[in-house]
Design a protein. Structure first.
Length: 383
């Protein structure tokens, strides 16, 4: 969870959180439901009941979204793919799945699981309506949730990335061609086309008098276009980095400090002057671990002068490390899976370098400056 997310707990070992933007959509939905939907459906309720049911329905909508994302996550876990978190935010929810699916069939089942959960919820709330017909608040809730979950199914099955339908399309093309990269580009470009349609429709609505609704539709289109464009860039970067080992990008001029140093001296004498965010820690001539800026910030400032690096060092055996011959893109995926920004490079049980995200970005920029393209990348080998 990042600093813009409020943790809610864990389900199946998956961290659940609320992005601050969620409160914007919660307030908007409560206002729309309490001020429009319920007054039109049930004209004799009290104002308090309208707003109370508006808030409850908005919360239940996001419970439905959470269950949708859990559908994706459960199937991902069945395929041994880690799921770090699920975050509810302005546009719904997103599951942070830690790796690409191992096969087209895995991608298909992970992608389709979410819409199937939403469809099951739509059916459940539809079937429940006769059972609660005598209780108007529950009837109104069931009607809305049946409708909105069905709408989620239909919207998410549009065959364009990053929607679930785009992932289903990617799985089908992947199965036919055997080429995950090509299938991803096709799904992402279809996603961009759909996003442009949404932006056009939103702008048209704005000029037709529905400014608020049109702005929202255009905003969703913009968000989807950004996500699809980001996926296209990721595919291109993966193509550029394929065949290049960590050895080519790692830094061999890494900072090493003694474990006897106090946190105060480390900050004053090393971090403030250099901007360095991580340091290898030595005990004598032996590397014993890593200290990061994040680790230092966990120590109260009042204790910096009396806390030694040895007390807060992350032991080497607990670190996620990488071999110098590991493909660079695989190393970056390992960083993503483990939520780290740098890894020691280990050869024959000795630290021979450090690889950070910044190192990989610098290496990528160098490739681009030389006019490299995914199709023409050499496969460098160590001598």
């Amino acid at each position: 969870m990042n600093r813009h997310t409020i943790p809610l707990g864990k389900i199946l070992g998956i961290s659940i959180g609320l992005d601050y933007s969620w409160f914007v959509i919660f307030a908007l939905l409560t206002w729309m439901l309490g001020g429009s939907y319920y007054p039109e459906e049930f004209k004799h309720w009290s104002p308090l009941l309208y707003w109370l049911m508006g808030a409850i329905t908005a919360i239940m909508l996001f419970v439905s979204v959470l269950l949708h994302e859990l559908g994706h996550s459960v199937i991902a876990l069945r395929y041994k793919i880690p799921v770090r978190s699920i975050t509810l935010f302005l546009f719904g929810g997103v599951a942070q799945i830690g790796a690409e699916p191992p096969s087209a069939i895995a991608e298909f089942f992970i992608a389709i699981a979410g819409p199937l959960v939403s469809l099951a919820l739509a059916v459940f709330f539809y079937v429940a309506q006769p059972l609660v017909a005598g209780m108007e608040p529950l009837l109104g809730l069931a009607k809305y949730l049946a409708y909105i979950n069905l709408a989620l199914v239909l919207f998410n099955l549009v065959p364009g990335y990053p929607l679930d339908g785009g992932r289903v399309l990617r799985a089908i093309v992947w199965a036919i061609t055997g080429n995950m990269t090509r299938s991803t580009l096709i799904a992402a470009n279809v996603g961009r086309f759909f996003a442009f349609l949404l932006i056009f429709a939103g702008v048209w609505q704005m000029f037709s008098g529905n400014f608020g609704g049109g702005l929202w539709v255009a905003f969703i289109g913009w968000f989807l276009d950004n996500a699809a464009s980001g996926q296209i860039e990721q595919v291109m970067f993966r193509g550029l980095l394929t065949g290049h080992p960590v050895l080519q990008a790692m830094s061999t001029h890494y900072a090493v400090i003694s474990e006897d140093l106090t946190v105060q001296k480390l900050v004053d004498e090393q971090i403030l002057g250099s901007g360095q965010r991580s340091f290898l820690v030595n005990r004598g001539d032996k590397t014993v671990g890593l200290i990061t800026l994040h680790r230092i910030k966990e120590v109260p400032r009042s204790e910096w002068a009396t806390t030694s690096v040895a007390q807060i060092v992350i032991p080497l055996e607990q670190l996620k490390c990488v071999d110098p011959d590991t493909e660079l893109w695989s190393a970056l995926e390992k960083m993503d899976r483990n939520g780290v920004n740098q890894m020691p490079v280990i050869l024959d049980q000795h630290v021979v370098g450090m690889l950070s995200r910044e190192d990989a970005i610098t290496f990528l920029r160098t490739l681009l400056e030389f006019g490299a393209s995914p199709a023409q990348q050499p496969k460098p080998k160590r001598s």
